[in-house]
Design a protein around this ligand. Structure first.
Ligand code: HEC
Ligand code: HEC
Length: 490
């Protein structure tokens, strides 16, 4: 306790010093910002933002084309929204900021993946608690349901499945409604702000053609612009701070649903899901695995590794998506580098992302089932047994990166940084001794304890008894799942 107090006093002193220098520089935002985003990430972030603008401009030019059919227009509208940075509360962030094509639509900043894993929100001093998921092939996830025979939840979006899809009959469309209102992401204070902001964008006419003239026909209160410039979350006493009459509120909600569906149309499109990896060409008989890749594929499908039991490579009537959309707790250790653990005090807008601070345990699917967001009371009773479980991700594009030395972060908290580490973890989680985060040998000769040991999967991983070479074969196979492969010329 005493130690704790001394620590707190130290922290207070540091805060005072920072506070004083902030007052001098007169710029709070950039100062706190500099504390959490590593310097090396700053340049990368700038070039990602420039690339997003570039893609947006090209897409706007394409929107002028008279030859697009309805199918193409719908996808293009979704793409325009996906890349539009002006919709965010500070007009500085789009979905693509955390999901870029060059990494298979996951985090595009190597220096963040390597360090704090989480991406800053539109309010650049706020960070979420998990790794951005790749959303390639996410469109194949069904609406969330419980399969009593398997005893598994299946489908939904997010690591914790919380975007169920039950309302719009599309998990993906409902997922797309979450980031705009997430205080640590795009940060809008009211869904109506998304419509207000979009009504000022150059692709408004295209949206009206597709959705109808009512889409933006809302009588906005005089302070709409001002309210929408304030980061969420809203006060509990005023949950929808853009004050609209009931009909206009209905229009806003319906247009917000159309936005979710348009983004989903883009995410379902062949541009995002091309099925063009070396693996696909090999299966079609148009390319051949190297001997290492072939050994890796055989191991992947074998009882020795169990990989294929969750990351399914297809079956009768089933596409090879390398996930079965169920959840499991692999026993991944917590990642102390996540800035979320430090977000335990109100920021300059009075928002505290993580009141529990260092004590926070990520509850995974169990957290969603226990929350108000869960629409089904029967499911709530199962929360305990799903604590610490996460949705099985697709392995397609798991190695897709813009350059060989680009670091990707794996698992829900980005604790693992290479495919070799991932495979070594499956192989040796239980065979090697426990150690503390930061101990010498961590991730090579010892592993820290699981975040949620009670529900940990003991059956399919932990001590696979693979040799180092067999681990490498598995990695070689995983690398064949990257889209954009050019088959050898015949
Ligand atoms: C600040 C970074 C950030 C932004 C901006 C962002 N995302 Fe994400 N995305 C994440 C993170 C982190 C997760 C995982 C969150 C979780 O599971 O709690 C995620 C998960 C997803 C998933 C789930 C994939 C799956 O397999 O379950 C999809 C789809 C997705 N995002 C699409 C979007 C769209 C569409 C937008 C814009 C409307 C967007 N994201 C904006 C970081 C971001
Ligand atoms: C019991 C089901 C199951 C089995 C068996 C399984 N996985 Fe996984 N895999 C998962 C889940 C669930 C996650 C995400 C876990 C988390 O984030 O905590 C995951 C994550 C991964 C990731 C990280 C992907 C990303 O985008 O972060 C890779 C790579 C991977 N698995 C490869 C494999 C390989 C190779 C095998 C066999 C040695 C295997 N898995 C066996 C369920 C499984």
């Amino acid at each position: 306790m005493k130690k704790h107090k001394a620590w707190l006093a130290g922290l207070a002193a540091i805060t005072l010093v920072i506070g004083a220098s902030v007052l001098r520089s007169g710029n709070t935002e950039s100062h706190v910002d500099r504390q959490l985003i590593p310097t090396a990430a700053r340049e990368e972030i700038k070039s990602v933002e420039a690339e997003i603008n570039n893609i947006e401009e090209k897409s706007l030019n394409r929107a002028q084309s008279a030859t697009l059919d309805g199918f193409q227009q719908n996808i293009l509208l979704g793409k325009l929204i996906f890349y539009d940075q002006k919709l965010a509360v500070n007009r500085n962030q789009s979905c693509a900021f955390c999901h870029m094509p060059e990494t298979g639509f996951t985090g595009p900043v190597s220096a963040l993946n390597q360090t704090i894993v989480a991406y800053p929100g539109s309010v650049r001093t706020r960070f979420g608690k998990r790794t951005p998921q790749s959303h390639t092939y996410a469109s194949f996830a069904p609406v969330l349901h419980y399969n009593p025979e398997q005893g598994d939840f299946v489908g939904g979006q997010f690591w914790d499945m919380r975007a169920t899809g039950l309302r719009l009959d599309s998990a993906l469309a409902e997922q797309a409604q979450d980031p705009p209102l997430d205080p640590v992401e795009i940060g809008l204070i009211d869904p109506a702000c998304m419509i207000y902001r979009m009504s000022e964008r150059p692709y408004r006419a295209m949206a009206e053609r597709l959705w109808g003239a009512q889409a933006f026909d809302i009588r906005w209160p005089a302070n709409a612009n001002q309210v929408c410039g304030r980061p969420g979350p809203p006060l509990q006493t005023d949950p929808l701070p853009v004050h609209l009459n009931a009909v206009d509120r209905g229009i806003a909600q319906s247009t917000f649903d159309r936005i979710g569906e348009a983004i989903a149309a883009f995410e379902i499109s062949p541009e995002v899901n091309p099925f063009s990896s070396k693996y696909d060409y090999v299966m079609a008989g148009k390319a051949e695995f190297t001997p290492e890749e072939k050994m890796g594929y055989e191991l992947f499908r074998s009882k020795a590794t169990h990989c294929n039991e969750c990351h399914r490579d297809g079956g009768p009537g089933e596409e090879p998506l390398f996930t079965d959309f169920t959840a499991s707790n692999l026993g991944v250790p917590p990642n102390p580098a996540l800035p979320f653990y430090k977000e335990n005090a109100p920021d300059q807008f009075g928002y505290t992302a993580n009141p529990e601070g260092l004590k926070y345990l990520d509850p995974g699917v169990g957290g969603f089932l226990a929350s108000k967001q869960n629409p089904n009371r029967e499911w709530a009773a199962m929360a305990g047994s799903f604590l610490g479980k996460y949705k099985t991700p697709t392995l397609r594009n798991v190695d897709k990166r813009p350059r060989p030395d680009f670091v990707k972060a794996y698992m829900h908290n980005g604790y693992l940084k290479s495919l070799k580490e991932v495979v070594h973890f499956y192989n040796t989680r239980d065979a090697l001794p426990r150690c503390k985060p930061g101990d010498p040998g961590e991730k090579v000769t010892c592993w820290p304890a699981s975040e949620n040991p009670a529900t940990m999967n003991q059956k399919q991983l932990g001590d696979l008894k693979l040799s180092g070479q067999q681990e490498d074969f598995l990695v070689a196979f995983l690398k064949t799942l990257t889209d954009g492969y050019s088959p050898p010329a015949k």
